[in-house]
Design a protein around this ligand. Sequence first.
Ligand code: ZN
Length: 130
Amino acid sequence: MNQPELEAYLDEALPAEEMARIEDRLRREPELLAELAAINARRDAGVHSLGEIWRRHRLSCPPREQLGGLLLGTLPRAQAQYLRFHIDIVGCRLCQASLADLENQQAEAAEAVQTRRRRYFQSSAGYLNR
Ligand SMILES: [Zn+2]
């Protein structure tokens, strides 16, 4: 994608179809979004932050399963990068909250497993000592 195209996108001066196509690419390509933000920052009147661009164009939040995959480290690299970008750089509050929530759930689940293991060990030990 070339710069004039991105400039036109920022001006919302493209046909709807073209806008949608670029938005779709921005969702999948963090580098492209960063490039867009850089162009925006170079503009004299460009006072928009990356977060503003994001909100203005309503680049969508990833589904919750993807956030879960991010925690588990099971996502393809590009997708994980996109999510990190969305959460850490853009600073999406919604996804930050979901991620914290998922982290708590995982910690609780891990604790439950440990408790089960401990109980099992204790009961086996008791059995062996008899
Ligand atoms: Zn989000």
